[in-house]
Design a protein around this ligand. Structure first.
Ligand code: FAD
Length: 451
């Protein structure tokens, strides 16, 4: 039974870490793009990240694969997310850590990468963009200047608690932490409050690559079914993704589905569920890996080279903004006058035991929807932008536009907008959107207005 008592803490004096034009909480794809964009636009900028590296779920949860960089436009597959993403990809490629794109379901491309390359490239990108980075700092709360304006972000660090003042704040925490502390309304989950199931990723090394190519991706589900019959074991997720990395002796494995004892999805903003989920994810990996070794000859000599620092969280808070991107918008390839770039990934909903994909008409459509600037504007707040997987989307919309490509797009737009607001007189809502769009286009961003 949870203890419901509370404790009143003594008042305290908090040291001020600094004052910045723009403060970004979180260094995932959305946060790093936001910080780089604001830095390039000339704003003084601090990025606060709880880990000692950038990349968010891409590194911390071992995702190791970019989705949403490419679109299928009337049958022609090509990259549609550019701008800061191009710079990051070029740096990762130079480090030998970026694989050529691979085709998914014959419909779209995705691109695998190494986490080490991502971390090194992202550090270099941000430093070259004039961003100050504070690693190992956990955002812990906010101080409000008024009900609509944040004045400071409170952080916990090894040096103690600190306050960071900013003119504009960007919530790129993935969980909408900053927005929630500031009082923005949010939703968790879709119908019945169910969020998408998390997965703990792992990578294996010393795979016989030629043999594995034929067996792993297509051949594994029947092997799992046979093993279930033989052993009585149950695999919580029946649709694995087992794919080679750039160096094909190493493969990533995405086949866990982490639930609470009652079968519901682990909630990434519930401390105890999150903790238990880490243990359950690793338990599932142990079982799945022993099956891989036993049943797939190409994996006989393989070993687990990495279980990433944390369970992979797909969905927690979705902060409600001036526009809420929906599943219909994704499937209908919606257009918006305030487009800041595009999402080209389909609906990818992680249900109990399964993943459900729903696609726009491919190849009969342009294969992407616009992302409107309004989805970054949380209701009731004037100096906060919310980007990435916690931006304003329905459960269905988020199951598409949460992937890396759309996160880079939202981040670059928010960082560019924040710099305009911080160095001018407008609020985030009053900004001249066509001027923002012109800046984004000049930065190489594809707004998707040509078709
Ligand atoms: C298992 C799994 C597989 C996936 N597969 C793919 C795939 O193949 N391709 C793809 O493109 N996408 C994939 N995704 C989705 C994608 O990785 C995420 O949706 C994307 O990383 C979200 O980016 P973000 O920047 O919004 O948030 P995140 O990546 O979650 O980054 C948030 C950052 O904020 C930091 N942070 C959070 N709270 C605080 C705080 N209070 N204080 C300080 N720092 C904080 C975190 O440490 C993190 O670095 C997958 C996701 C999962 C979980």
């Amino acid at each position: 039974m949870a203890d419901t008592r509370t404790l009143t803490e003594p008042g305290r004096q908090t040291e001020i870490f600094g004052t910045f034009d723009v403060v970004v909480l979180g260094g995932g794809p959305a946060g790093l793009a936001a910080a780089a964009a604001a830095g390039r636009a000339g704003a003084s900028i601090l990025l606060v990240e709880r880990y000692g590296f950038l990349g968010g779920m891409g590194t911390a949860a071992g995702v190791t694969n970019f989705c949403g960089l490419h679109a299928n436009r009337f049958g022609a597959i090509g990259q549609v997310v550019h701008g800061i993403a191009d710079d990051l990809l070029a740096r990762m490629k130079a480090l030998g850590g970026l694989k050529e794109p691979h085709r998914v379901f014959g419909k779209i491309d995705a691109q695998a990468y190494d986490t080490a390359a991502y971390k090194i490239a992202a550090d270099a990108l941000l430093l070259a963009s004039g961003v100050k980075i504070l690693f190992h700092a956990l955002g812990a709360g906010v101080v409000m200047a008024s009900p609509r304006d944040i004045s400071a972000l409170l952080i916990e660090t090894k040096s103690g608690r600190r306050a960071v003042f900013g003119r504009v704040f960007i919530d790129a925490s993935g969980d909408g932490d900053l927005a929630a502390w500031a009082g923005a309304p949010f939703e968790i989950g879709g119908e019945m409050g169910a969020v998408m199931y998390p997965s703990t990723m792992f990578r294996i090394n010393d795979v016989e690559r030629d043999a594995a190519r034929n067996q792993a991706w297509i051949g594994f589900p029947p092997l799992m079914a046979a093993a279930e019959q033989r052993t009585g074991r149950r695999f919580p997720r029946k649709t694995p993704i087992i794919r080679p990395q750039n160096h094909e002796i190493e493969w990533r494995v995405n086949l866990t589905q982490v639930a609470n004892p009652d079968g519901t999805a682990v909630n990434g903003v519930d401390a105890m569920q999150l903790s238990d989920g880490e243990i359950e994810g690793r338990r599932q990996i142990g079982e799945a890996f022993s099956l891989l070794k036993d049943a797939v000859p190409a994996f006989t000599n393989s070993y687990i080279v990495d279980i990433p620092p944390q369970i992979g969280i797909r969905e927690t808070r979705r902060v409600l903004g001036d526009y809420v991107l929906s599943e219909d918008d994704v499937l209908g390839c919606a257009s918006f006058h305030d487009t800041i770039g595009v999402n080209s990934w389909p609906i990818e909903d992680h249900k109990a035991g399964d993943i459900q994909f729903r696609w726009p008409d491919i190849p009969g459509s342009r294969g992407f929807n616009h992302l409107p600037y309004r989805m970054l504007l949380p209701l009731g707040l004037d100096n906060l932008l919310v980007v990435g997987r916690c931006a304003s989307m329905t459960h269905g919309g988020q199951s598409a536009a949460r992937v890396s490509g759309a996160c880079f797009v939202m981040g670059e737009a928010a960082g560019t907008a924040a710099a305009i607001v911080a160095t001018g007189k407008s609020t985030t809502r009053q900004i001249d959107v066509p001027a923002l769009q012109n800046k984004l286009t000049a930065q190489g961003v594809y707004l998707g207005t040509d078709m």
